[in-house]
Design a protein around this ligand. Structure first.
Ligand code: ARG
Length: 462
């Protein structure tokens, strides 16, 4: 049986599409998520068409009212989406015709689905920038809470995942607060750059109708209309900026997730996840698994994937619109959903976790973590060149290692056997608390500096 031609564009078609054609062509299965944005864009457009005298205000009022009815139908789940009508734009317009009759046909004056979808998608992605910022803010607050509680708790700092120098828990938490702060500003930058309106670019070339693009831009919260109609209908760089910012942010989340997985292991015991953020094993009763952290680490792959996928969709397209661009949405939807979920889960987990102060401190004292403090002491107190101090310290570490001891366990006599100038005072710098307290350079790990940064962040985050 031959299907009837599409009522929205089928004037020159004798027959409707093949079922497979319809399946590959339709986007309504996913772009119905743009319904609110589509209706906002159409309402702004209709009001502008009336104010410029392009359509009558009676028609514009009917259109505006009808669109609100449709919005509430969709919100209530009372709307029957049709694949034959392809996408959200045509589903809404067809329903509008059912509701208000012929006046509905005037809505699409001086407009195309090409500028329509560009405006809808921009509005949607703009909201996601705001949501990402809010999610990041909540996570930053949770991390600052941890930093404040443990500003002077000593833990090992690592390089190569080998114990390097003692640092403070607060300092480690604040490292992530800094990263997430840059993530926030990336979303804010992307938002500011995307906040221009494509509406009125029409199919690609603009329109001969006397439209007022400033008016629609303003109604939709955009700063101004985009200056080139070809650009307005054909670029998706705003979505790519969102995905790029999301990818970098996701990378940060993944690193933190990885640390939480390691830290909550029996070997580390640095943190304990709360019951609310742990899962058990169906066979091993002792297990307490950090599943949320693992899933955050894994979900990041989808966000990177979306970024690469959309870059690839866009990279070979001649100007202006090509149907390839319909493939932009699912990637961004999935990435945004998973980013928001990851942010919320991370904020919950971090806010609820308990650092094990004793384990942190015990680990901080292993691995000759104060060897650098010893070398610095030799430079400062005995005037040794740093290279020589490094060598002397290396010999002391070897000695302690051979005895199965840590540096502070060596006797003064043993130390003097390696360098005669060493005095009892050296023991002051070998303790981990003294080590961190001494690192007072700006940006350093000393509790005084950490407390300053905590105060500054609390002020900034509100
Ligand atoms: N569903 C389409 C999309 O998402 C809307 C634009 C269609 N434009 C066109 N010229 N066929 O890209």
């Amino acid at each position: 049986m031959t299907k009837a031609a599409n009522t929205m564009w089928g004037g020159r078609f004798a027959a409707g599409p093949d079922a497979i054609m319809e399946a590959i062509n339709a986007s309504i299965g996913f772009d119905q998520r743009l319904a609110a944005q589509d209706i906002a864009g159409s309402r702004a457009h209709a009001a502008m068409l009336a104010s410029t005298g392009i359509i009558s205000s009676t028609d514009a009022d009917a259109i505006g009212e009808g669109l609100l009815t449709i919005l509430s139908e969709i919100e209530k789940g009372d709307f029957a989406f049709s694949t034959a009508l392809e996408d959200i734009h045509m589903n809404v317009e067809a329903r509008l015709r059912e509701l208000i009759g012929d006046a509905a046909g005037r809505l699409h004056t001086a407009r195309s689905r090409n500028d329509q979808v560009a405006v809808d998608f921009r509005l949607w992605v703009r909201d996601q920038c705001d949501a990402a910022e809010a999610g990041l803010l909540a996570l930053q607050k949770a991390l600052v809470g941890q930093a404040e509680a443990g500003a002077d708790w000593v833990m090992p700092g690592f390089t190569h995942l080998q114990v390097a120098q003692p640092v403070t828990w607060g300092h480690h938490m604040l490292a992530y607060v800094e990263m997430l702060g840059r993530d926030r500003s990336r979303f804010a930058d992307a938002r500011a750059r995307m906040n221009l309106s494509p509406l009125g670019a029409a199919a690609l070339a603009g329109t001969s109708f006397p439209i007022d693009r400033e008016m629609t831009a303003k109604a939709l919260g955009f700063d101004a209309p985009m200056a080139n109609s070809l650009d307005a209908t054909s670029d998706r760089d705003f979505a790519l900026e969102f995905l790029s910012a999301a990818s970098i942010c996701a990378m940060h989340l993944s690193r933190l997730a990885e640390e939480l997985v390691i830290w909550s292991s029996a070997q580390f015991r640095f943190v304990k996840m709360s019951d609310r953020w742990s899962t058990g094993s169906s066979i091993m009763p002792q297990k307490r698994n950090p599943d949320a952290a693992e899933l955050i680490r894994a979900k990041i792959g989808r966000i990177f994937g979306a970024n690469v996928a959309l870059m690839t969709v866009m990279k070979g397209l001649p100007l202006t619109y090509s149907k390839d661009m319909q493939e932009d949405k699912e990637q961004v939807f999935d990435a945004a959903d998973n980013l928001m979920l990851a942010l919320a889960a991370m904020a919950g987990m971090v806010g609820d976790m308990t650092a094990n102060r004793e384990s942190l401190k015990a680990a901080a004292a292993t691995g000759f973590s104060t060897a650098t403090d010893l070398a610095d002491w030799l430079v400062r107190e005995l005037g040794l060149p740093f290279r020589d101090a490094h060598h002397v310290t290396g010999s002391l570490v070897a000695l302690a290692e051979a005895k199965g001891e840590d540096l502070p366990d060596l006797t003064l006599a043993e130390m003097q056997g390696v360098h005669e100038g060493i005095t009892q005072d050296v023991f002051d710098v070998l303790g981990v608390e003294n080590s961190v307290a001494s690192r007072t350079s700006f940006g350093g790990t000393a509790p005084v500096r950490v407390r300053e940064q905590v105060a500054a962040w609390k002020e900034r985050l509100g």
